[in-house]
Design a protein. Structure first.
Length: 271
């Protein structure tokens, strides 16, 4: 059996061709992205990419020290990593407590406009302020220590989760909610029995992912004295003790990997 001719006039289906006017928005968007890349080439020092080759000897010397970790103080590294995980855990739990009411308040299909807009602005503010800056504010208030790291993660992550939670609420099926409303239920009962059961798996997945991210972010907060392995990491880095530094990096990688495996196992039970 011969295949039908796909040439002109053969009646074969051809992909639709878009006119120049239809393609103009795409051309403008991708052209703008390309123009932005070209304009930012100099400011971000992309020309320094050649130094990856010319400075390879320095990298090799650093690599030789970094690839021979010193686990003499491994108990200290593990205990500080465990403290970092606890900071991330508390920060995530407090963030969820912030995100649930604010996420519902930011959802267009649940809250009135006069409530949505102020809450959205507040959540945008929390998301836009870096963790380090929020941590510094709490360090000034309560002093150095893990509590500052917990609050920094809680506020920043609360803003992120509130946005994700509100988007999940806006994507729900209205059928169950309308059915509950038809029984004469109150607004709170509509939320509890019609909205929350639909979004709970998504909310849990988002929270677990942010916990993974916070386990890494809590490490960086050690830079400002928020405790955990991050503080020890930067002290070791400033002392150029790369053998000990690499041992701590191994501990961090193992801890984050275990958290990721645990998170995947929990998320798989939500499907």
């Amino acid at each position: 059996m011969s295949l039908p001719d796909s040439g002109p006039g053969s009646g074969a289906l051809l992909p639709p061709r878009r006119s120049l006017a239809e393609r103009a928005p795409d051309i403008l968007v991708w052209g703008g992205v390309l123009a932005l890349l070209l304009v930012s080439f100099g400011p971000v020092d992309m020309a320094h990419v050649v130094k990856l080759v010319t400075g390879s000897e320095n990298m090799r010397e650093f690599g030789r020290e970094f690839l021979s970790p010193d686990f003499t103080d491994w108990r200290l590294y593990v205990s500080q990593m465990w403290l970092t995980v606890q900071i991330a855990l508390w920060g995530t739990v407090l963030a969820i407590l912030i995100a649930v009411p604010f996420g519902l308040g930011c959802a267009r299909n649940v809250s009135p406009p006069w409530l949505q807009q102020p809450l959205r602005l507040l959540m945008n503010l929390l998301r836009s302020i870096p963790d380090l800056l929020i941590g510094l504010v709490f360090i000034v208030a309560v002093g150095l220590g893990p509590f500052s790291g917990v609050m920094a993660l809680a506020l920043n992550t609360g803003g992120v989760l509130a946005k994700l939670f509100s988007e999940a609420v806006e994507a729900i099926d209205r059928g169950p909610v309308d059915g509950i409303r038809a029984t004469g239920a109150s607004k709170l009962q509509e939320l509890v029995w019609g909205v929350v059961p639909q979004v709970a798996p998504h909310w849990t997945s988002f929270a677990l992912y942010r916990f993974e991210s916070n386990a890494r972010s809590a490490t960086v907060l050690g830079l400002i004295g928020a405790g955990g392995i991050g503080q020890l990491l930067f002290e070791t880095l400033n002392a150029f003790q790369f053998h000990k530094l690499s041992a701590m990096v191994v501990v961090i990688i193992l801890a984050v990997s275990l958290i990721d495996l645990l998170s995947q196992a929990m998320r798989s039970r939500l499907i």
